[in-house]
Design a protein around this ligand. Structure first.
Ligand SMILES: Nc1ncnc2c1ncn2[C@@H]1O[C@H](COP(=O)(O)OP(=O)(O)O)[C@@H](O)[C@H]1O
Ligand SMILES: CC(=O)N[C@@H](CCC(=O)OP(=O)(O)O)C(=O)O
Length: 296
């Protein structure tokens, strides 16, 4: 097939446009949170895996942290185990924790590893238990009672937050040209397992690795305002206001909070990106067309 004059011009424009980004990001670490909702279909999955392999090929160090909320929900339904969320977090009793480990550490993790390897990458899957990478502690969730104006702590079981991240296993993998694929399960000093929101894990890992970028792939165009319009750029003050007035809620809360924390702790930029768009990762990194919401 020969290229027409127009398509040849477009092809070279796209390639040359990517040059400054290739130069800027070569040797840098980019943490990508791959959400359960962004794994919707095989075409998206293949596109994502190809983007990750391409990044590695051009000298960037991608680190993938994945979710799998919908996949956990599916297995819980099959097993007739009811599930509910408090402030975007799945209430996790010990039976649910077993399912979370099976789905995140087994099914989803190995599926992503397989997809990346199939595109010619070298992916290695781990949970936060491997190499004691994610030290967790129980997450205390508090709720405010408008009647009494007091707050109470709600026990949501094995839900954790990140206490610390040990990076030696991740560093070793990166140094040997592997792509780490991390499931958001942590463990405390007693060996108790915790289910951690994948956005929170991605944010912390980006912080400790001093990543250039944190990309949170999701199932919406980015952060939307009350009218459903995309907000392309946000500062800390904007976010505080949007949380207070209820525009940001549910699963978007941990995303925005961890993005803010990451940029506050040295990550150059955080992006909430539409994972339903094929090759969203490539578009964000290598083109002038920023996609989604930039938090800086
Ligand atoms: N202001 C907002 N803008 C966009 N999405 C929002 C907003 N507030 C809440 N959400 C909800 O957050 C969801 C994304 O979070 P979540 O379902 O946890 O996604 P993921 O599985 O990708 O992590 C959206 O689908 C939407 O329902
Ligand atoms: C505590 C908590 O809610 N953990 C999440 C972990 C998976 C996750 O974060 O998946 P997504 O990114 O696909 O939503 C859960 O159980 O669903």
């Amino acid at each position: 097939m020969t290229l027409t004059h127009d398509s040849a011009a477009q092809f070279t424009r796209v390639l040359t446009e990517s040059l400054p980004y290739l130069q800027k990001f070569s040797g840098k670490t980019i943490v990508i949170k791959y959400g359960g909702n962004a794994m919707e279909n095989e075409q998206l999955q293949r596109g994502f895996a190809r983007d990750i392999v391409l990044m590695k090929q051009v000298g960037i160090n991608p680190v993938v942290v994945h979710g799998g909320g919908p996949q956990i929900g599916e297995l819980l339904t099959k097993l007739n185990i009811p599930t509910r969320f408090v402030q975007g977090m799945r209430v996790t009793d010990s039976q649910t924790m077993d399912v979370v480990e099976m789905v995140l550490g087994g099914l989803v993790n190995k599926q992503i590893v397989n997809l990346i390897n199939h595109q010619g990458g070298k992916a290695v899957g781990l949970t936060g238990k491997d190499g004691q990478t994610i030290r967790a502690q129980k997450l205390n969730v508090s709720s405010q009672s408008p009647e009494t104006n007091t707050s109470e702590i709600i026990d949501i079981g094995h839900v954790g937050e990140v206490k610390s991240i040990k990076t030696d296993l991740i560093d070793t993998l990166i140094a040997s040209d592997y792509i780490p694929v991390i499931a958001p399960i942590g463990v405390d000093e007693e060996g108790i397992s915790y289910n951690i929101n994948a956005d929170l894990v991605a944010g912390k890992i980006a912080e400790v690795l001093n990543a250039e970028k944190l990309m949170l792939l999701t199932n919406v165009a980015g952060l939307l305002d009350k009218q459903g319009q995309l907000l392309t750029q946000l500062s800390t003050e904007d976010v505080d206001y949007l949380i207070a007035d209820g525009t940001i809620h549910g699963g978007m809360l941990p995303k925005v909070r961890c993005a803010l924390s990451a940029v506050k702790h040295g990550v150059k930029s955080a992006h909430i990106v539409d994972g339903r768009q094929t090759h969203a990762v490539l578009l964000e990194i290598f083109s002038n067309e920023g996609v989604g919401t930039l938090i800086n």
